[in-house]
Ligand binder design. Sequence first.
Ligand code: XMP
Length: 317
Amino acid sequence: DWTPASFIEDTVGQLREKLGNDQVVLGLSGGVDSTVTAVLLSEAIGDRLHCIFVNNGLLRKDEFEQVLKQYEGMGLNVKGVDSSEQFLSQLAGQKDPEEKRKTIGRVFIEVFDEEAMNIEDVKWLAQGTIYPDVIESVSVNGPSATIKSHHNVGGLPDFMKLKVVEPMNTLFKDEVRRVGKELGIADELLGRHPFPGPGLAIRILGDITPEKVAILQEVDHIFVQGLKEHGLYDQVWQAGAILLPVQSVGVMGDERTYEQVVALRAVESTDGMTADWVHLPYTFLAEISNKIINRVKGVNRVVYDISSKPPATIEWE
Ligand code: XMP
């Protein structure tokens, strides 16, 4: 019978046998799959697992520092690489969603490749692939998905020539969470909403600037913290804010303002393939809207997205 404990025992044994004394590299995204994969591998081979966590400058507010600290607290051998400037400068002026995704994928591979190849004698690339990724090849999660969708562009980067180890590729998402819990990973990490690999880049419609990223990080933070404080976070499958390329007229004191509009999105879903917008309480929406407009300079209007998928998608880009 499958239990998280028996899975861990069997897999750790198999990993030790397979990997021996080899060095292994893994890209952490902050998401559930890569985190559980890392802890499992670290049980098996300790510090011969080298984790790399890249800041692409498009994460949530303070996420890079906080998640890195959590990883270190879990005893993972992790290197945080802040490549924000590199990502943002390569993205400058790009408006098209697919072009932005390609740029982010390319820069990620450049950064990851350089870091991976600095690890002496590295033989293996570990990936947080789970069973649904195997059957559909569409993943909502960071680096492994990014690598997969970009590895055929312009020849293989060096790290792609490594042998691949994917210890969770037989598991479904709920099993991954159970294994993670059994491994002692905090509920806070295991219950995190999915977050797209390109991050806030696909929630800033049109071109990206550091100022827009900063505005959206504040808005998103107020919304997500509010969901947590009101006990709504775990009832929602995914939530976030979108910065629209629209300015609207407002009024502050006797002054007319002409500022940005943000949209809030919260959906219920099981796998991201279909999704319904969440009927968040009006009182909650009113509080969040006031907080955003009062606290975030440059935003004077908040709208709530009441579209379901299909025909809308979860992301706006
Ligand atoms: P859509 O917008 O297609 O999103 O309804 C479905 C799920 O996929 C996530 N998503 C992405 N994840 N790279 C990712 O890693 C991407 O380019 C990407 N686009 C969408 C989205 O956040 C949702 O969970």
